[in-house]
Design a protein around this ligand. Sequence first.
Ligand code: GUN
Length: 283
Amino acid sequence: MTAEIISGKELAQNKRDEMKVITEDLKSKGITPGLAVILVGEDPASRSYVRGKKRACEEVGIYSELDELPYETTEEELLEKVEKLNQSPHIHGILVQLPLPSHISEEAIINKILPEKDVDGFHPINIGKMMIGQEGFLPCTPFGIVEMIKSKGISIEGKHVVIIGRSNIVGKPVGQLLLRENATVTYCHSRTKNMEEITKQADILVVAIGREEMIGSEHIKPGAVVIDVGVNRNEAGKLVGDVKFDDVKDLASYLTPVPGGVGPMTITMLLHNTIQSASRSLK
Ligand code: GUN
């Protein structure tokens, strides 16, 4: 079997084309969706991510502002910035790129963002709402993953989903979202014993470890759907996932590539959330 590739890039483009129309419609009603992105420090990967987010906004017609602050920025100063954006009527979404420098509490900053503008879906209020099925903002990467699975007509209900990774921004929430879709969910992580035995039971395997090409054919049940969330640079400077693509592609039924897989969908769901926030402000 050769896996069908789930192109996040293609799906993202289709969704962005739809969003252009929705954004035009909102503008005709007097609302231009606005996203504020804050980056603290000079991490090159983070810088490239935030610039990608700004570019995507421009493509869809969303107003965006990018604040690139020096590493030395204090927690106080950042809290003040967030407060200003909380109060700005032009801004419907606020995103503070993580990780933050260690002298700033990520918890304090995330808690400061108004839940109504937390388009990343990281605020405890939005995480709580997701857990109990209330309307809020869904975190972008997990939301994008569910959209990718559904785009291929793959049914989630009753499937055994195994997640490798338990981060607050991917692993934990993607499990919750798939549980909402009636999957049976198992989490694996760095302390899991006999991980292969568990991952081999997965109908849908979501890999979000953040380690270059850790997962190979020995972890996978033939016919499984494999979603690779990893973005790593290998020794040659090439972008690679957490999954050995070539090793798995003849075993899986569906597989997401890196790059061009989950990454473009994460940004797209951020745009979706920003437009949704702007629409809510209209009501
Ligand atoms: N760092 C890595 N991924 C993300 C994300 O989706 N949002 C933010 N704010 N920071 C990140």
